[in-house]
Design a protein around this ligand. Structure first.
Ligand SMILES: [Zn+2]
Length: 242
């Protein structure tokens, strides 16, 4: 019979074409909804576990939001504490960031560490507190000694799985951040943190932000080392340097 087609082969071809078409559609769809990159400054702050919070602010007390942060559900609280270093030097008004966490943690810039006189404060990822120094903390309802938990937070970028896939990076991977302006800096070790709830945002501390004059940055971009992606972004909350 002339013009005979193998029905199975035709169906396979149609299916393949449709699948490729759909994949292209999805790919371009992902690009269109790609998250905007934000670079933000984390000034020194404290996270508290429920027990430590009550010890400092009173039984039954709960943190109250002062302003929301860019990450969903995170907030700067009205509550602040006094951090006391080994030489009785102190930082007052150290702000609590909510919500409460499993472990208390103090995130300082190296400048703060020098001011307080705390020795051997390591650069760590949030939550990686083993072997870190402690400090005394004073709140309106009490005082406590944090046995460990003082760190300089490692420069990091928050993102969801879709952004990670788009950029070809994985949780705990590393990226590069380029800040262009009057004090240009390339940060070579930006730790990737992936969570379904995260929005694409770089967090640096005040020392890093001041070193690259982030508040006056002309352009910021995130690069995958040895990769092709170059994700341009914006600086937000300019001037939050305390
Ligand atoms: Zn962060």
């Amino acid at each position: 019979m002339a013009g005979t087609f193998d029905r199975g082969i035709v169906e396979k071809i149609v299916r393949d074409v449709l699948r490729d078409f759909q994949r292209d559609q999805n790919a371009s769809g992902d690009d269109r909804v790609a998250s905007p990159l934000k670079v933000n400054v984390s000034a020194r702050h404290i996270h508290l576990c429920p027990g430590d919070f009550e010890a400092l602010f009173g039984k039954g007390a709960r943190p109250t939001p002062f302003r929301p942060l860019y990450q969903e559900g995170h907030f700067a609280a009205n509550e602040t504490v006094t951090l006391i270093g080994p030489k009785s030097r102190m930082i007052t008004g150290l702000r609590l960031l909510g919500p409460l966490r499993e472990h208390s943690q103090v995130e300082l810039a190296f400048t703060d560490v020098i001011l307080l006189g705390i020795e051997n404060v390591p650069v760590r990822m949030s939550g990686d507190l083993e072997g870190t120094p402690g400090a005394w903390i004073m709140g309106p309802a009490g005082m406590l000694e944090l046995e460990q938990g003082v760190i300089r937070a490692a420069l990091h970028v928050h993102m969801n799985e879709r952004d990670a896939a788009r950029m070809g990076v994985v949780h705990r991977g590393l990226m590069e951040l380029r800040v262009e302006g009057d004090a240009p800096v390339v940060f070579e070790r930006v730790h990737v943190r992936v969570d379904p709830t995260f929005k694409l945002e770089v967090h640096m501390d005040t020392d890093e932000a001041n070193a690259c004059h982030l508040a006056a940055a002309k352009h910021v971009s995130l690069t995958v080392p040895k990769g092709k992606s170059d994700i341009p972004g914006d600086v937000i909350n300019k001037g939050v340097h305390s």
